[in-house]
Design a protein around this ligand. Structure first.
Ligand code: MLT
Length: 292
């Protein structure tokens, strides 16, 4: 079947798949919103919201002193949100498998989890499938987690004052909390996609739009990229799985037997959890709020 999008001037563009179709349609719609966006930018009282497409954008977000939300829908962010919802005490991200193993030697009581090339490294207790992090397994436990892109992106964000972890699973709960913090502290918010091996990631882009959707529109100022992500989300929110499954990472996970993970990670607002980096450990925000 040939897929085409029509621009405002009537030109037809042929696209290769549904994911491209959605993005093109959103970008075309975005052209229509540029005028209203530039009006918003004149109001300096609003919280600026930016979007970085890959982990490389983290350094810029740290420089701007923004509150950072790291997004890695498939699957690091979703796994962290699930583990904390199921009462894990905390998740400690590490960059490498070696570091994870060394930390586990010092703390054999912690769960050693993660993936390389999507699968569980030899000797690890768990992979990176959120479905593995059941309450029976993780309740009251610490988890050491190392993943290809997600945990590295979180560690690269550590110099920011506030680092949160975002997914479809917790988009609304997270947006409500971060907008208050950013407004109080007069900082911007940077949504940063961990990406897939340094590349653009469809699911993280749409998830950035989901989080933007739940920020109070009258108090924030979207960058062009955020507006495009928001439009993408608005177009596909009724069938997130139906679109995300065409992304390259989702297709790779399916080929590895993790189709159910993709479905699970596409549930919108299933959790109320707000994961937050406290020192070296990701905990849920409630705990931070009551202890400090
Ligand atoms: C990553 O951090 O690269 C991902 O979470 C990979 C995965 O799907 O396990």
């Amino acid at each position: 079947m040939a897929l085409e999008v029509e621009t405002n001037s009537g030109t037809k563009i042929r696209v290769r798949n549904w994911a491209q179709l959605v993005i093109y349609k959103c970008l075309i719609n975005y052209q229509l919103t540029i005028r209203s966006e530039s009006t918003l930018r004149e109001d300096s009282l609003k919280v600026p919201i930016d979007l970085g497409f890959t982990a490389k954008d983290i350094a810029k977000a740290v420089q701007r002193r923004d509150l950072i939300i790291v997004i890695d829908v498939l699957r690091c962010s979703s796994t962290i949100a699930t583990a904390l919802t199921n009462a894990a005490k905390g998740v400690i991200p590490t960059r490498t498998v070696k570091e994870a193993r060394m930390l586990h030697k010092r703390h054999p009581e912690f769960i050693l989890a993660g993936e390389r090339k999507g699968v569980r490294p030899i000797g690890f207790d768990c992979g990176n499938s959120p479905l593995e992090f059941s309450p029976q397994k993780v309740k009251a436990k610490h988890i050491i987690l190392t993943t290809t892109s997600g945990t590295k992106a979180i560690i690269s964000s550590r110099d920011a004052k506030h680092v949160f972890i975002g997914a479809f699973l917790n988009a609304r709960a997270l947006a409500e909390v971060v907008s208050k913090i950013a407004e109080q502290e007069k900082t911007g918010i940077s949504l940063v996609s961990a990406g897939t091996n340094g590349n653009f990631s469809l699911e993280d882009f749409v998830c950035a739009g989901a989080i933007a959707r739940y920020l109070p529109a009258s108090k924030v100022e979207y960058s062009g990229a955020v507006s495009a992500a928001l439009l993408a989300f608005q177009r596909v929110h009724k069938s997130l799985y139906g679109v995300i499954k065409f992304g390259s990472h989702a297709r790779r996970l399916k080929s590895l037997g993790f189709k159910d993970d993709v479905k699970f990670c596409c549930q919108l607002n299933a959790f109320q959890i707000v994961p937050f980096l406290k020192g070296e450990t990701i905990v849920q925000l409630i705990e931070v709020a009551t202890k400090t």
